[in-house]
Design a protein around this ligand. Structure first.
Ligand SMILES: [Ca+2]
Ligand SMILES: [Ca+2]
Length: 153
């Protein structure tokens, strides 16, 4: 059973084999972090400006947390994985349970989750005006062409 799980995990982690003759995937230079995806979905005041305030983020986090906590004051790491899968798109996406669980009691409270997202909010808020635009939520990556195989020193 463990072996099967390990094999499945390995299968999921393997990149898809290159299709002969296919063009390589272009390098995505404009991307969004999983946490940014969550924050972008928090614009709920209905004015259609796609701008997210901290108040909107907190309301959004509270609702998403309640969906997993089911009335309990905190969630375990498995519950956090469920939360992350639903809201960040992957159970292993950042922020991880280890980063969020700042008191290391293996439980995650809404307060801990909110503290982590406040930190992310501050990081994304480039112009420091207290709101996040889609432009601020995007990450621009510099294009680093992959090194050709067999040319390493
Ligand atoms: Ca904790
Ligand atoms: Ca801003």
């Amino acid at each position: 059973m463990m072996l099967l799980a390990a094999l499945l995990f390995a299968a999921v982690q393997q990149p898809a084999p290159p299709v002969p003759g296919a063009q390589p995937q272009p390098f995505a230079s404009i991307v969004a972090e999983p946490a940014a995806l969550l924050i972008a979905a928090c614009d709920e005041d209905g004015d259609g400006d796609a701008v997210v305030t901290r108040v909107e983020l907190h309301a959004c986090l509270a609702r998403s947390f309640a969906g997993v906590a089911q009335g309990k004051p905190d969630i375990g790491y498995i519950g956090y994985g469920d939360w992350a899968l639903r809201w960040l798109g992957d159970a292993n996406a950042l922020p991880s349970q280890y980063g969020v669980d700042t008191d290391n009691d293996d439980r995650i409270t809404l307060a801990e989750l909110t503290t982590e997202f406040d930190r992310l909010f501050d990081r994304y808020d480039v112009d420091k005006n207290g709101t996040l635009t889609r432009a601020e939520l995007l990450t621009i990556r510099s294009a680093i062409p992959p090194r050709p195989p067999g040319k390493r020193k």
